[in-house]
Write a protein that binds this ligand. Structure first.
Ligand code: ZN
Length: 72
């Protein structure tokens, strides 16, 4: 699925960066790694983002849901 311009600008931003205007929170999902993370979906292009960290000690980042095993 192609990304809208807003989503392109959202990828890999730090977690304190706010969700863009078309991103809607969809609740929590559990990743294959067993983390509970917040999921968002873009109402423009339909892509999903997760607010998650690469590992336990890392800060949260915005990642495309398709980039994480067990989600999307
Ligand atoms: Zn989008």
């Amino acid at each position: 699925m192609s990304l809208c311009a807003l989503c392109m600008a959202q990828i890999d931003r730090p977690g304190h960066f706010p969700p863009h205007a078309r991103l809607v929170k969809r609740g929590q999902v559990r990743t294959a790694a067993g983390q509970n993370v917040f999921a968002y979906r873009c109402e423009d292009c339909g892509n999903a983002f997760l607010l998650t960290a690469a590992h336990e000690d890392a800060p949260d980042r915005w990642v495309l849901a398709g980039d994480i095993a067990g989600t999307g």
